[in-house]
Unconditional design. Structure first.
Length: 545
């Protein structure tokens, strides 16, 4: 931490560069990792607390989703960024379990600090952690049970567990919608969460949320005279603007007479008319445009009886391409009837006063939309995150084909097994494996605390329950504030959400422990800045939570 210590070794570095070496560097990084991980800890589980985040613009996010909180915190320290990345990764890979992954990473790093104090070399700790991670995942797999698309009840339980405590009283109806959505796309090979679009529309409440067999766009038809209800739709997807491009260089056009001006306008009109004619000649009756549509082009389209929407997001254009079989056109001149997609019906409907476009009955039925309703922006965005997690969890359970009892029960069971395994390892790695087991117990401990239970007592009783394999499902029932067999209560979660959290948190802990030298320029973006003032700021920040 002290610049003067390192002055000699800094001789070759530019003036003003900070250098922290060896233990100093490690301690600093551990401190940051612990602080970041602690900041999301209290959000874990159905009884977890929400965080309110306010950015410089005054926008408010209320969430108890680990990945969201970390993203909104805009952490600058590179170690903090690693944990943000970890949460994002977990989200991308398995769609749930982000808070758990960050808590485990923080725990691993924190326990490593104790081991470093006992003069155990980082490479021994890393080796022990890696052995433990591999074993842990084998144990998780051993105690998991099978699940498949035909187990609708179990899929509902997974969705419900992922949502408990989040969308409050509507979680069971939303869980049903999530599972229905997944059952609709279950026949597709990909089984990707992108196939389920969540479209938020303010108004009504969460119980008005509906599953739509197709794709819904929050877009109004551009011209009042265009048809609002089209059956046997033939859809053209346009990736470019239906406008006359402004010349890129500032070409000056000398217009000296009213006739010339008229000729110029006529020429533009002519070009737009031609573009519209090209669209009409393909036989399209619906145009979905990613960019803008000129007013005049709108007029010609309306006259030709073609319905159009504009400025549609690329992700939606891509979804529509897959669902309707349309090709995205980037050169209108090349468009033919073969590029069109189809849908049984395309119609515009008012939802809370705004027109939305529904594209239903697509040839590829593996694209659906959850039209999410809620009274406020905040309710909607938190419900959106909750639904996204639940979709991720159910898809994950189908991909791994396995589930575990929730409430920290699997962590307790695996921790016990790991401790036994540690005893069979002679070297100092044993200590790291034991530490790893203790880290797993942080999950049930945190859940116990969130339910107002005594963490130590709870862990002790769970450990004793788990001596008997028949009690493997025992975990923290946070809703009722007691320990219970979570399996028999149908509170279950996907296997790969657990195993992915172990893999990625162990990797991050390893990365952090391998660093023993921090060289930081005083200026420049992204450089690690962690002076005493920064630490003070950080504490202030965390007290806020
Ligand atoms: N009804 C429940 N009772 C006890 N624990 C539960 C219940 N539902 C979920 N959990 C536990 O809550 C944890 C997940 O909490 P969550 O806030 O979703 O964090 P994450 O971001 O890690 O998914 C898991 O350990 C899960 O087993
Ligand atoms: Mg979750």
């Amino acid at each position: 931490m002290n610049n003067s210590n390192n002055q000699n070794s800094n001789a070759f570095l530019p003036e003003g560069t900070r250098r922290d070496k060896g233990k100093d560097a490690q301690r600093l990084n551990i401190l940051v990792a612990k602080a970041v991980s602690n900041s999301v800890k209290s959000t874990l589980g159905p009884r977890g607390m929400d965080k309110m985040l306010v950015n410089e613009m005054g926008d408010v996010t209320i969430s108890n989703d680990g990945a969201t909180i970390l993203k909104e915190m805009a952490i600058e320290h590179p170690i903090g960024k690693m944990l943000v990345e970890l949460a994002k990764n977990q989200d991308d890979e398995v769609g749930d379990g982000t808070t758990s992954a960050v808590i485990i990473a923080g725990g691993l790093v924190s326990k490593a600090e104790n081991l470093l104090d006992e003069n155990i070399h980082p490479s021994i700790i890393i080796k022990g952690y890696k052995m433990a991670a591999e074993k842990a995942n084998n144990y998780f797999t051993e105690i998991s049970e099978n699940i498949s698309i035909s187990d609708k009840k179990a899929l509902l339980d997974i969705a419900t567990t992922s949502m408990t405590g989040k969308a409050a009283e509507y979680s069971s109806s939303l869980a049903t919608i999530v599972v229905d959505a997944i059952l609709k796309i279950a026949n597709s090979k990909e089984l990707d969460k992108e196939q389920i679009k969540i479209e938020q529309k303010i108004g009504g409440n969460l119980s008005d949320t509906k599953l739509i067999d197709g794709i819904v766009l929050d877009k109004e038809v551009v011209h009042s005279e265009m048809p609002k209800d089209i059956s046997s739709a033939k859809i053209l997807l346009l990736g470019t603007a239906l406008e006359i491009k402004e010349t890129e260089t500032e070409a000056k056009i000398q217009i000296t007479s009213p006739e010339q001006l008229q000729a110029f306008i006529d020429q533009e009109e002519e070009q737009l008319k031609e573009m519209v004619n090209q669209i009409v000649s393909t036989g399209a009756n619906v145009l979905i445009c990613q960019k803008g549509i000129d007013d005049l082009a709108q007029h010609y389209l309306a006259k030709a009886g073609v319905t159009a929407v504009r400025r549609v997001r690329l992700t939606d254009v891509e979804r529509l391409a897959k669902a309707t079989g349309a090709k995205i056109i980037n050169r209108l001149k090349d468009a033919t009837d073969k590029d069109l997609g189809t849908a049984q019906k395309v119609y515009s409907k008012k939802i809370s006063g705004d027109d939305m476009l529904f594209v239903e009955g697509c040839p590829n039925p593996n694209y659906v939309t959850i039209l999410l309703r809620g009274a406020s922006e905040q309710t909607l965005s938190e419900a959106d995150r909750t639904l996204t997690d639940a979709v991720g969890a159910v898809i994950s359970s189908l991909k791994s084909g396995k589930f575990l009892a929730a409430g920290g029960s699997s962590e307790i069971d695996v921790a016990l097994k790991l401790k036994n395994f540690a005893k069979t390892i002679g070297g100092r790695e044993q200590l790291a494996i034991e530490a790893f087991a203790e880290v797993l117990e942080i999950i049930p401990k945190t859940l116990a605390e969130s339910a107002g239970l005594d963490a130590i007592d709870t862990i002790v009783s769970l450990r004793s329950k788990h001596q008997d394999p028949n009690n493997r499902g025992y975990g923290v029932d946070v809703v009722n504030g007691t320990i219970a067999d979570m399996k028999s209560k149908n509170i279950i979660e996907p296997l790969n959400v657990k195993t992915q959290a172990i893999i990625s948190s162990t990797e991050v802990a390893e990365l952090i422990l391998r660093i023993d030298d921090i060289i930081a320029g005083q200026s420049g973006r992204g450089a690690p800045r962690m002076g005493p003032q920064d630490m003070a700021d950080m504490w202030f920040f965390f007290l806020f939570f």
